[in-house]
Design a protein around this ligand. Structure first.
Ligand SMILES: Nc1ncnc2c1ncn2[C@@H]1O[C@H](COP(=O)(O)OP(=O)(O)O)[C@@H](O)[C@H]1O
Ligand SMILES: [Mg+2]
Length: 230
């Protein structure tokens, strides 16, 4: 077994619903991802990309099969252990941002530290550092809802970075942005991958983003149709 594998999926299947309504969203997926890699998950809408990302990020459980995290079977982990792993080791960036629009930019960024019970002074210090890495320290006290789309996504990236994650999961992070703004967000994610060696798993429709990744997983009707590296 390759000890550098940060994520291994073994025969994972996801079935939504039961009985007549049961729907096979993913079927027998096998893959492994190495530390520091950038991997694009591509495929048509409804093919199962987000479902796969959720399973790999331990946000949801497979119906069958196992996900190994650092060679440990996630199905054997307790809820608290999973929560801590997600909180401390993973960063998430979603197309829909999921920011609290009425709260300040800084408070949005430091939320994972609050959950981890880090003290206020350290929270704010680390929050400002994270905002610096996305060049938004000047917006720290603004209401998150007042920012532009690109700025909001940079806030999400700052929030994803706050715990020095080993992996960033991004689900169509540029999907709601115009191409110029999207490029800034894209460059930022790849910079973090290269400079901080953060493993990047990115669901995308954008062929340019997919090409910049070390490898591409093509998903079709819940199955891996091919792997490529361009
Ligand atoms: N919670 C759910 N309950 C039932 N079906 C779902 C659920 N989430 C996703 N699906 C279905 O599973 C399939 C894959 O969805 P998804 O992984 O979101 O696709 P993608 O991200 O590639 O667009 C779709 O047909 C979708 O309708
Ligand atoms: Mg999706």
């Amino acid at each position: 077994m390759d000890t550098n594998n940060v994520i291994v999926a073994k025969h994972i299947t996801k079935i939504y619903g039961k009985g007549e309504a049961a729907f096979d969203a993913l079927e027998d997926i096998n893959l492994s991802i190495t530390a520091g890699e950038s991997v694009a998950v591509i495929g048509k809408s409804g093919s199962g990309k987000s479902t796969l990302m959720h399973l790999l990020a331990l946000l949801d459980k497979p119906t069958k099969g196992t996900v190994l995290i650092n060679n440990k079977d996630a199905t054997t982990m307790k809820g608290t252990e999973l929560d801590e792993l997600r909180n401390k080791s993973y960063g998430f960036v979603f197309q829909q941002f999921f920011l609290n629009a009425n709260d300040t930019v800084l408070n949005n960024v430091i939320l994972p530290l609050k959950i981890a019970r880090v003290g206020r002074k350290e929270r704010n210090q680390r929050g400002m550092n994270a905002l610096e890495s996305v060049e938004l320290t000047n917006k720290a006290k603004d209401k998150a809802g007042n920012l532009s789309g690109g700025q909001k996504q940079r806030v999400c990236i700052a929030r994803a970075l706050i715990n020095n994650p080993s992996i960033i999961f991004a689900d169509e992070p540029t999907g709601n942005l115009d191409s110029h703004t999207g490029k800034t967000v894209e460059d930022l994610l790849f910079k973090l991958n290269k400079e901080k060696n953060i493993t990047l798993i990115i669901v995308t429709h954008d062929p340019d983003i997919a090409k910049r990744c070390d490898r591409q997983i093509h998903i079709q009707d819940g199955k891996i149709s091919k792997w490529s590296n361009v």
